[in-house]
Design a protein. Structure first.
Length: 248
């Protein structure tokens, strides 16, 4: 019996796979289980290689593959971290806001309620229709000026802690709140853009006229396991819309 096959850390892995593949599978399992927090680096390479009974070279191969697949981030001199999807600057890709990137738009929860999921929301969240969901109606502000209206739906009971706290305790960025309060990490998201017209309530919040064109951004956010965790619809003034992408 080899040292690797005797390692308790690999006992549950498929013995038919190559050694580095078994280590990789187990590390993916641990990433999906949220074993390592966003601010805590993975154990040192020497410690992990000893735990798995493999060489440092084999471990580095595994870490490089996981980084290439977007699961890990490696920082020279700081260590290796589980990659958290960052959307702080995503709005700057679509809307012009004086001051540029590097700042976080403000947030105000206008309404929070529990409801039966409408058909579109249930489909986006992979739920049965009429399943209970938490709904957040939110206003995003840039230098105290409203620029985005959002409706966010979260499946219950998973997100019950978000329903129970004072809305004022929620920060401007929700994804760190999900991780800190329920241990759920957002790993990726899909966004779809379309154009619609402002309803009277939206117009009142965005200081425009009812019927004015709005850009609608539908987002489905997923965990590292691919499970859908959040569905949101964001509405912003088309007059402020821009599309920016870098092509190499």
């Amino acid at each position: 019996m080899t040292q690797a096959s005797a390692s308790p850390a690999l006992a549950h892995t498929d013995q038919r796979l190559p050694l580095h593949a078994r280590v990789k599978d187990d590390m993916i399992r641990r990433i999906r289980a949220n074993e390592w927090g966003s601010s805590t680096p993975l154990p040192a390479e020497s410690a992990l290689s000893e735990e798995y009974g493999i060489s440092v070279g084999t471990l580095r191969r595994v870490l490089a593959e996981l980084a290439a697949e977007g699961l890990l981030e490696r920082h020279q001199g700081r260590g290796t971290y589980v990659r958290r999807a960052t959307f702080q600057n995503s709005l700057f890709r679509f809307f012009r806001m004086h001051g540029g990137t590097g700042q976080t738009p403000g947030s105000r929860i206008l309404e929070r309620n529990t409801q039966d999921s409408p058909a579109e929301v249930a489909a986006a969240l992979n739920l049965e229709e009429q399943s209970p969901v938490l709904h957040l109606h939110r206003l995003r502000l840039w230098q105290d000026t409203p620029f985005l209206v959002e409706d966010i739906w979260l499946p219950l009971p998973k997100f019950q802690p978000i329903a129970d706290i004072d809305p004022a305790e929620l920060g401007s960025l929700l994804y760190p709140e999900y991780e800190n309060r329920i241990g759920l990490v957002i790993g990726s998201a899909t966004e779809e853009l379309s154009v619609t017209q402002a309803t009277e309530p939206q117009a009142a919040l965005l200081d425009c006229a009812a019927g004015d064109p709005l850009v609608k951004i539908n987002r489905i956010a997923r965990t590292h396991t691919g499970d859908v965790a959040e569905y949101r619809e964001s509405y912003g003034l088309a007059s402020s819309f821009r599309y920016q992408v870098e092509i190499n």
